[in-house]
Design a protein around this ligand. Structure first.
Ligand code: FES
Length: 71
């Protein structure tokens, strides 16, 4: 197994998780260096820390589940 390979997990209702340190390149070309074991990138567009997930997606998932329970 190649230890240099990163694992990327698409969670479906939340962020994309990247296992292993990564640098994130922003639209303006700047780079945000990352040494975290796991980096969570926002896919819902609600994060106030974009491009990183701040768990704001959880409210949307909870709201949708509550609506489904009401029907
Ligand atoms: S995916 Fe978590 S805040 Fe957007």
């Amino acid at each position: 197994m190649d230890d240099d390979r990163r694992r990327v997990v698409v969670t479906g209702e939340g962020p994309v998780l990247i296992y292993g340190p990564v640098d994130v390149e922003m639209p303006d070309g700047t780079r945000v260096p990352g040494d975290r074991a796991v980096t969570a990138l926002c896919t819902c567009g609600r994060s106030r820390r974009s491009p990183f997930c701040d768990t704001s997606h959880r409210r949307r998932v909870r709201d949708r589940r509550e609506k489904e329970d009401d029907t």
